[in-house]
Design a protein around this ligand. Sequence first.
Ligand code: 5GP
Ligand code: ZN
Length: 109
Amino acid sequence: MTDCIFCQIAAKKLSAKIEYEDQEIIAFDDIAPKAPIHILIIPKKHLESVNHLKAVDSKLVGKLVLAAQKIAKEKKIDRSGYRLVFNTGPDSGQIVPHLHLHLLGGGKL
Ligand code: 5GP
Ligand code: ZN
């Protein structure tokens, strides 16, 4: 989706501080961090939200969580703790309609 900002970040058409990348997913610093460490982990393929996941996406979702675990360890917040969040739909405050996992940590939340 060319008008999706996270698809543009995944395609390197929009810049972001990339923390992790492989063939299927990319992780980058949130532009407006709500914690000392605030990283967004997304699938490169456009999926709107948790509501749009299908059984075929289950491995991909697992990869997002395992990437969060790996980044948390690299950032040395695996022992102090962190929060993982998938905002889904209007009441959650989801503003970007491309599935993303928030990794928040580095201080008391
Ligand atoms: P949501 O509220 O949809 O779950 O979270 C979207 C997040 O994306 C917000 O925390 C917001 O700060 C972040 N964000 C929005 N636009 C951009 C952008 O262009 N670049 C980056 N790196 N983060 C963004
Ligand atoms: Zn997208």
